[in-house]
Design a protein around this ligand. Structure first.
Ligand code: ANZ
Ligand code: ZN
Length: 877
């Protein structure tokens, strides 16, 4: 046995010593710095990069521990594993903190990064820190500026008007988070909607590919794929032209339900529709209504729940089939930005139209029936089947030549008929909108555009990139310091050389997080990425919160396709497998003030009282010993003050215990309830494991395991070991069920505790089991494993390079099996039979079992059924 005192391992488990010794060893060797190695399979394991908010929270710890366990497991299985880390460093909180504390956002951000980096390092993650970057550095964001100027040239980046929140007192645009109950967060002024020119990326050009690509991602959770499909919102329908009385131009509507065409009783158009504007010219009442809609200032989501409102334009559309005149109304729920901004209203079968028709007394016609329910159609009361096109027995009625057709048949019939004489057109619409990337904030990547009075918007030439954001700035009020600085804005036009101004908006911070995974593959590359990207990409395992299911994960896929089309990467998708971890939750505590408001108390300041069954029966504040209220388990948050500080836990228990608890307490996709009692249980387990190893190595040397020489108990322990190897491998590698893997290792330790055999083979089997456990636990508690590996007599090494234990098929074979014996359906005993015993032998043994034999005494046996490996069933009487 080597002298291991100075490696941090002693007879008692001392986490601080063990962890600093292991970390020093890894750091000195650059143990987790990797390069491309075409001779080995690669594995790129990535957890979503953190925002440097100030300190790690438990959500981070959970996220990065999952990634670390997968990374180390894959490396022990021979993969060349990349696990990088960086900082999503731009964003509003830095700006808010700067305004509040009078510091520059850059300074605040870099300070936070330094602190959080130390925290991550203390957790012992196998990260290649040589690839670290912060997205707020010019050498990072210059490449997204370059990409943007190229997208401008390709027509994939363009400018259009879009609505923003305007604070009339602070004279600035506010982010949605800065609008609280409709008022500016600082000024308290009522926020107005304003239209300003903003930059967009044409993600809609990729809508079909983003949708189809989901079918190529079996390693992504279905929930995420469904959310993306709905967000992209492909919708197949017809555009139908309605002639308008006294108008030259027809009015075109988009419908997904042409089968209901004969139920149209009016047409609804958006307030911004050209026909509405035209009709309003000599209709002051309508003009006033349109004005009101425009300044109503509600978002698309609010429109859904808002009360339906409308006004008759006085115009009439001509029904394309019946030739009837139907009125044209303006309706507040018709969006100009979707379809054609005009809808053929079918109040009989569309719930919004139904509500609208009731409110304004417009006629309602039934044109769909479902066999059996048909007589129940009641124009006074909406029922769900009215709009259901998917019921197999649904048919068109009251519609002339469409009668009797199904939805699909009517759709095809009308598509052909209307297309034939240019009265309609098949058409696919998307819910997905182009990505608005302009933000009016300071702490972001400057949008690389110059405005010239003559040449308009000119991309900054590539040799003038990056456009650097000044970091040493002072805020006066909330205004962006670069907007407030004429000297920064002033420049010359790259095209004509005349005086010009810089764009002062910055990118949405989702821009930086859309391509960071690729940058990690190519540190220092003179370009967004270089050929190293094709070695590492796509990411093999991506890990992050489900809250990113749509925006980030969609932009991430979109940006990958942009890079592919720019020739930078070869794959179509950025990540093969995705794991979305659940939340970290904890008990909440509070005291109520006299006015009914609540003071939330941090769990760290509370002592929990339990009954003898460990049920929580009360809680007291540590400082005064008096009771506090228990508020229920919720997501850890600032507002409920129930966050548990990972640093405090690491200081108290050590990183390995914290890591072990966060992997053991729940399967990764589910909520994890933080419990200090649970953490203590993990610490006990590690102490026991430590003692077991130290006690074992204090005993005399032993021979190798000789499978042929093992007795039954030795064989049983060895079988449990190899079953555990099998289970842990599958749980870590395929199922990501880390909790059940750890549970199996705990059972194995229990079995070892009971196994007191001190014979040569007994010690040999124990040695095999302890050595395997050290390796199996290494992904979760790498510091403990590092120390105990040496304790077991091995030279110090990066344990992740030690091959993963393999289950020995021979050790798994059971030479005897336990069978239950039933007589007339009742269990009478169990028997041990040889694994290769015949049915006859099993039956004989069953009948010989004393309590079975006693029961059968004097009875005739009618039938015996033997289910091999399970049961012997005897029917007697
Ligand atoms: C007639 C009809 C009858 C409709 C019926 C529905 C049910 P998705 O699936 O989201 O594409 N629509 C079209 N353009 C609109 C706009 N700009 N603003 C608001 N609503 C609009 O929805 C398409 C359906 O939404 C279309 O089909 C249209 O109403 C409405 F029983 O046409 B339908
Ligand atoms: Zn110019």
């Amino acid at each position: 046995m080597q002298d291991i005192q100075d490696q941090g391992s002693t007879n008692e488990y001392n986490p601080q010593a063990v962890e600093s010794a292991a970390q020093q060893y890894w750091n000195a060797r650059g143990a987790y710095e990797v390069t491309e190695d075409p001779s080995r399979p690669k594995f790129y394991c990535l957890a979503m990069l953190p925002y440097p908010s100030g300190a790690l929270h438990m959500g981070h710890v959970r996220n990065y521990t999952i990634a670390d366990v997968i990374s180390r497991y894959q490396r022990m299985n021979g993969k060349n594993v990349l696990q990088p880390m960086g900082w999503d460093a731009f964003g509003l909180p830095a700006e808010n903190a700067a305004i509040k504390n009078n510091t520059a956002p850059a300074k605040w951000t870099y300070k936070n990064i330094d602190h959080m980096r130390d925290q991550l390092k203390s957790l012992g993650y196998a990260i290649d820190w040589s690839r670290e970057f912060a997205t707020c550095r010019p050498d990072y964001y210059r490449w997204e500026q370059l990409m943007f100027t190229r997208l401008m040239k390709k027509g994939l980046a363009y400018r259009k008007n879009a609505v923003v929140n305007w604070d009339p007192v602070d004279q600035t645009v506010l982010a949605n988070e800065q609008v609280i109950d409709g008022r500016g967060w600082r000024s308290g002024a009522l926020v107005e909607k304003r239209e300003i020119l903003q930059w967009f990326l044409k993600i809609t050009d990729y809508a079909q590919e983003l949708l189809d690509g989901l079918d190529t991602l079996p390693g992504w959770p279905d929930a995420v794929k469904t959310m993306q499909r709905n967000w992209i919102g492909r919708s197949e329908g017809l555009e139908i032209h309605f002639a308008v009385e006294n108008e030259a131009e027809p009015l075109t509507v988009f419908t997904t339900r042409p089968d209901t065409l004969m139920g149209v009783t009016f047409v609804s158009i958006a307030g911004e529709h050209p026909l509405a504007l035209k009709a309003a010219k000599n209709n002051p009442k309508l003009a006033a209504f349109l004005d009101e809609l425009k300044h109503g200032g509600v978002s698309e989501a609010e429109l859904e729940t808002q009360e339906k409102r409308g006004m008759d334009t006085g115009l009439f559309a001509i029904h394309p089939i019946s030739g009837e005149k139907v009125p044209v109304w303006v309706a507040n729920f018709v969006l100009m930005g979707y379809g054609t901004g005009a809808v053929m209203a079918v109040p009989g079968h569309d719930e919004r139209d139904f509500e609208f028709a009731h409110k304004y007394q417009l006629p309602i016609k039934q044109v769909i029936a479902v066999a059996g329910v048909d007589p129940d159609y009641d124009p006074q009361h909406w029922k769900d089947w009215y709009s259901d096109k998917s019921r197999p027995d649904m048919r068109v009625v009251n519609s002339g030549e469409l009668d009797g057709k199904s939805y699909r048949e009517a759709f095809e019939f009308l598509a052909k008929k209307l297309e034939a004489d240019n009265r309609g057109l098949r058409r696919v619409n998307w819910r997905l909108r182009d990505w608005g990337v302009s933000r009016q904030r300071y702490w972001g990547c400057p949008i690389p555009v110059i405005y010239c009075p003559k040449c308009e918007a000119v991309p900054v030439p590539e040799d003038q990139l990056p456009v650097v954001l000044p970091e040493d700035v002072a805020f006066s009020g909330v205004q962006s310091p670069i907007k407030a600085d004429p000297a920064w804005r002033k420049t010359t036009c790259p095209q004509c050389g005349g005086a010009a101004e810089r764009e002062t908006d910055t990118f949405d911070t989702f821009m930086e997080s859309s391509w960071y995974y690729a940058r990690y593959t190519s540190p220092g590359a003179n370009g967004q990425v270089d050929e190293r990207a094709n070695y590492w990409l796509p990411v093999d395992q991506y890990i992050g919160g489900i809250e990113h299911a749509i925006l980030h994960l969609l932009y991430f896929r979109f940006y990958h396709k942009l890079m592919r089309d720019a020739g930078m990467v070869k794959s179509d998708e950025p990540a093969t497998n995705l794991l979305c971890q659940g939340m970290v939750i904890a008990e909440t505590f509070y005291r109520e003030n006299t006015d009914g408001s609540k003071d939330w108390i941090n769990p760290a300041d509370v002592d929990i009282q339990r009954d003898e069954k460990a049920r929580v029966i009360g809680a007291v504040l540590k400082s005064d010993g008096k009771p506090v209220q228990i508020g229920g388990i919720e997501k850890m948050s600032k507002s409920k003050n129930n966050g548990v500080d990972p640093q405090t836990m690491v200081d108290k228990f050590g990183a390995d215990t914290v890591r072990l608890f966060s992997m053991f307490a729940a399967p990764p996709e589910q909520s994890l309830e933080w419990s200090e009692a649970g953490v203590e249980g993990m610490a006990r387990f590690l102490r026991r494991f430590w003692r077991e190893v130290i006690t074992h190595v204090g005993q005399p040397d032993h021979p190798e395991v000789d499978p042929a020489a093992l007795d039954a108990a030795q064989k049983t322990l060895r079988r449990q070991l190899h079953e555990t190897i099998q289970k842990v491998s599958d749980d870590f590698g395929r199922r990501h069920a880390f909790n059940t893997a750890i549970a199996a290792l705990m059972e194995l330790l229990n079995a070892l505790g009971k196994f007191t055999d001190q014979s040569d083979q007994g010690r040999a089997v124990r040695h095999e089991a302890l050595e395997s456990m050290v390796l199996l636990l290494n992904p979760v508690v790498p510091h403990v494993s590092h120390a105990l590996w040496q304790a077991l007599g091995h030279a110090q090494r990066v344990l992740d390079d030690q091959p993963w234990p393999q289950a020995d098929a021979k050790a798994l074979v059971r030479d005897s099996l336990t069978l239950a014996v039933q007589v007339n359906g009742k269990l009478r005993g169990t028997i041990e039979v040889a694994a290769n015993a015949s049915k006859e032998e099993a039956e004989a043994l069953a009948r010989a079992h004393p309590s079975v034999a006693a029961f059968l005494e004097g009875q005739a046996i009618r039938k015996v059924i033997v289910v091999p490996g399970k049961i012997v069933n005897i029917v007697a009487g």
